[in-house]
Design a protein around this ligand. Sequence first.
Ligand SMILES: Nc1ncnc2c1ncn2[C@@H]1O[C@H](COP(=O)(O)OP(=O)(O)OP(=O)(O)O)[C@@H](O)[C@H]1O
Length: 241
Amino acid sequence: MMPLLTTKGLSRNFGGLRAVDNVDFTLMPGEVRAVIGPNGAGKTTFVSLVSGRIQPSSGTIVFDGADITGLPAYARVRLGIAYTFQLTSVFANLTAYDNVALPVQLTLSDRRSKGAVDAGVMAALERTGLADRARMPAGQLSYGHQRLLEVAMGLALTPRLLILDEPTQGLSDSEIDNFIGLVREIAKNATVLLIEHNMPVVMQLADRITVFNAGKILAEGTPEAIRKNAAVQEAYLGTAP
Ligand SMILES: Nc1ncnc2c1ncn2[C@@H]1O[C@H](COP(=O)(O)OP(=O)(O)OP(=O)(O)O)[C@@H](O)[C@H]1O
């Protein structure tokens, strides 16, 4: 089986700081991969390089067999890479429906086809449990529902690779339980790359875990192997996993 995503020697400097340092990474289709690591380890920078939000200082990124290193973010979206931001990215004054209609339109060859837009929007809202809130201004949704709306916006792109950056941050326990179910559902027809600090969520969802530390991959393996890994425990100074 061919990897869906590989990076080779991927690096990104910010001034004198090497936020991502020579990272070789492989993701197989259908996986749920969690990316964990201490604050400042380079996780967000790494997924931003994959999504095209920022450019690498050196290295290559291959998606589905094609070198995408030089492609801008919107072209990567067209190829099926969707990225939901760590901080809330919804437009507060637009309805939930209209927020999701924006990415749906990106995927359609005829953006004015009202029926196709409607079908895409409602499918994404239904999958995230927001269909009955479609007409509410996004700013009036609860925080947890706004986070789900971000996921709906990602799903609206019908991605092959969905990148979620700390999706459970700020969610209540019951919202987290629903979210775990949602990711399992999404993973039936997409590959998921998930930055997540909540270890129970990571342990429940991930097929494999990649641990970043100081811009490098410190360890990679099954949840069980990572839980037992002494170097990982040390990097977290006993706080996790
Ligand atoms: N735009 C930027 N300009 C300068 N430095 C940056 C920039 N973005 C990130 N950094 C630095 O790069 C390092 C890696 O940051 P990054 O956000 O990728 O880490 P992270 O693992 O996602 O951390 P967290 O878990 O806190 O989100 C940090 O030292 C950060 O301060």
